[in-house]
Design a protein around this ligand. Structure first.
Ligand code: ZN
Length: 382
């Protein structure tokens, strides 16, 4: 039987091939450039039609989040449109931590990834489609170190300045699928939530804060290994031009409400993190965040508040992170939305787990919650 072939030289490709024997392969993750982070993978297998693949990714105890591998099933697609899950198992004692992926492709080709990829080509399609619509302004905020544009879409006529931004961590591709769902709501003239939101708000939307990390197949950093979500106190043109460009635009527009969209490797549910511990904390500002969280919790079965990150103690917030920086800098109601890579064990979807489709649906719920939050705000403040 012939050996399979494995390729990863394409947009967001990432894998090292150590050995191939028939339909079995020993693989490893490539680290983000100039950094030690490794977790994202994306590669193509050819020549395995009808045969069971056994793909072993080793040395995962040194990956960025070893807790991301237990109860995780790899994403797989044969047409690069529909992404399902391939049965996977993790053994921390095999080859310093090994994820074993098993799958029988129907056809000759199958693509595997940590989560359904969101390519830069699709990013440009998204920007082009939205920017062509009446009432949508496109702003080129700046240039990355690899020379790619940083795109922002602005729309709406209202007073409330809303910033939505995603993929500071490029391997968290569910964040840009979420953006696609959000833009669907805001640009569909038949969507009553979108129409009303555009009356109340001016939206500033950055669907991809880290094009270089995205194209390079990074988990967490830009072209030179900078974690952009630790740069918001003092961004620089040398290390983090992406954050500098976005924050400069925020300084020009102001920020009332901000959502930074992410994925969490280990926690298998969606949740929000706020800005507890900022020096300028006001109880009313905090309550405005908790009120949004309660509305979303009530509206979306895919969102919950039991699991999440520990809150910072008073005065201990890390102001290099965007949510804390924006809450402090603008007095904004700022938050970080986390979606899972794994599936929610309390509400599993065995074919796809957490998926692009579910990320887009959650975006709908987030915007509907934003509308309710605005509509009920005056009553809540009384
Ligand atoms: Zn993240």
């Amino acid at each position: 039987m012939s050996d399979i072939l494995i390729d990863a030289e394409f947009d967001s490709g990432n894998i090292e091939v150590h050995a191939i024997e028939g339909t079995r392969a020993r693989l490893a993750l490539r680290k983000d450039n100039q950094s030690d982070f490794a977790q994202w993978f994306h590669f193509r297998v050819s020549g395995a039609a009808g045969r069971e693949l056994e793909l072993k990714i080793g040395n995962l105890n040194t990956s960025a989040y070893p807790g991301g591998w237990p109860q995780y099933d790899a994403c797989v697609s044969e047409d690069r449109e529909y992404w399902g899950r391939a049965s996977s198992s993790f053994d921390e004692n095999e080859d310093n931590g090994t994820l074993t992926i098993r799958y029988v492709p129907a056809g000759d080709l199958a693509w595997f990834a940590y989560f359904a990829p969101y390519s830069m080509e699709r990013h440009h399609d998204l920007i082009a489609e939205a920017a062509s619509l009446e009432g949508v302004d496109h702003v080129r905020l700046g240039t990355t170190l690899d020379g790619q544009p940083i795109d922002c879409l602005e729309l709406g006529q209202g007073e409330i300045k809303v910033w939505l931004y995603a993929r500071q961590h490029p391997g968290e591709t569910m964040a840009q699928w979420w953006m696609e769902g959000a833009l669907d709501v805001l640009t569909d003239t038949a969507d009553s939530v979108g129409r009303r939101l555009l009356q109340h708000c001016r939206f500033h939307i950055v669907p991809n804060c880290n094009p270089d990390g995205s194209r390079r197949g990074h988990l967490r950093t830009n072209a030179v290994g900078t974690n952009l979500n630790r740069e918001w106190a003092e961004p620089s043109g040398e290390k983090s031009p992406e954050v500098l460009a976005i924050r400069n635009r925020m300084d020009a527009t102001g920020v009332d409400f901000a959502m930074d969209v992410h994925g969490d490797e280990a926690i298998p549910v969606a949740f929000l993190a706020g800005f507890e511990g900022i020096p300028g904390w006001r109880d009313e500002q905090g309550e405005d965040f908790y009120r949004y969280q309660r509305i979303l919790d009530r509206r979306s079965p895919d969102f919950q508040t039991e699991q999440g990150y520990a809150k910072s103690a008073p005065g201990q917030a890390n102001l290099t992170m965007s949510t804390n920086q924006l809450a402090e800098r603008f007095g904004a109601v700022a938050m970080t939305l986390e979606m899972p890579f794994k599936d929610n064990p309390a509400d599993p979807e065995p074919e796809q787990g957490w998926s692009p489709e579910r990320s887009m649906m959650l975006a709908r719920d987030c915007l509907a919650a934003l509308f309710e939050w605005i509509e009920t705000r005056d009553a809540a403040q009384r």
